[in-house]
Design a protein around this ligand. Sequence first.
Ligand SMILES: NC(=O)c1ccc[n+]([C@@H]2O[C@H](COP(=O)([O-])OP(=O)(O)OC[C@H]3O[C@@H](n4cnc5c(N)ncnc54)[C@H](OP(=O)(O)O)[C@@H]3O)[C@@H](O)[C@H]2O)c1
Length: 293
Amino acid sequence: MGYAAKGWCLIALVGILAYLCRDNFEPTNLANARVLVTGASTGIGEEIAYHFSRAGAELVLTARRENALQEVRTRCLELGAKKVSLVPADMASPEAPERVVGQAIAALGGLDYLVLNHIGSSPFQIWEGDVNHTRWLMQVNFLSYIHLASTALPHLAESNGSIIVLSSVTGKIPTPYTTSYSASKFALDGFFGSLRHELAMRGIHVSITLCILGLIDTQSAMEKIKDKISVPAYPARDAALAVIAAGAGRLREMYYPWYVRPACFFRDWFPQTRDWMIQRTYNYSPQEGEEKA
Ligand SMILES: NC(=O)c1ccc[n+]([C@@H]2O[C@H](COP(=O)([O-])OP(=O)(O)OC[C@H]3O[C@@H](n4cnc5c(N)ncnc54)[C@H](OP(=O)(O)O)[C@@H]3O)[C@@H](O)[C@H]2O)c1
C-alpha cells in the first residue's frame, strides 16, 4: 500500500474513532431530573450539584456539615436548580442511608439519579495496621453506598433511573499509601459490576456507571498528596461534568482524565511497566531480593 493510501486509512480511522467517542451529552435532557447527590458539601460532589443545577434539575444534597450544604444550596438555586433540599447525615451511621433516601423520595416524589460520591477521610500514608480505621472506612466508603443503592433501587426502577458511583484509579490499580481507600474502591467495582449483571438478568432498567478518576484538584486531595507525590491534578469542575455526562449516557464505566483509560487498559498486559511507573511516581525502588512482577 502506498503512502497516500495509508494516509487515507489513518484519516478514516481517526474519523471513525472520533465518531465513536463523540460527546452526545445534552444538559437540557436533565431539566427536572430528580437527583440525590452524596458528599455534596465540597469537592467533586459540590461541582456535580452545580452542573445538575445549571441543567434545571431538582436536587437533594447530603453530607455531614449543614452550614456548608446551605451555601451549596444557595449557589445551586442561583444557577437554576428547580428545588434543593438538604439532608445532613453521617454515613458512618448504619441508619443514615435509609433515612437519607426516604427523605429524598419524600422531597422529590421519586428519583432519577443517585450519585454516590462521599468518602470518609483517610490518611495518605504507610499502612500501620489500624484495622478499626479500615472497618470505619468500609462503612462510609462501601457499605453506605450499597445501602443507599438498595434502598433507592425500587424508586430508580420505576423511573428507569441511574446510579453513578465515584471510584478512583486506585480502585483499579493499587498504589502506595491508599491501602484501605483502595480496598473500598475495589469493593465498589466488584459489588456494582455484579449488580449490573443481575439487574440486566431481571430486566430492571437501572444503569450503573462506575467513574474512575485520576487526581482531581479538590482541597482534600491536594492536602493529602502534598510532600508525597507530584502528578498533575485535573479540575474538579471538569471531572464533575464528565461524571454527569457518563451517567446521563448510561455508560458502564467512565475514565477521567485522559490517561486513566489507557493505564487501566494496559494494567495487566504490562505489569512490570505499571509497577515501574508507580515506583517512579512514588519515588522508591524495590528492595533487593523482592520478587519481580
Ligand atoms: N479528588 C481526587 O483526586 C479523587 C480522585 C479519584 C477519585 N475521587 C473520588 O471522587 C469522590 C469525591 O472526592 P473529593 O475529592 O471531592 O472528596 P472531598 O472533597 O473530600 O469531599 C468528600 C465529601 O464527602 C463528605 N463526607 C465526608 N465524610 C462523610 C461522612 N462520614 N458521611 C457523609 N458524608 C461525608 C464531605 O462532606 P462533610 O465533611 O460535610 O461530611 C464531602 O462533601 C470520592 O468518591 C473520591 O474517592 C477523587
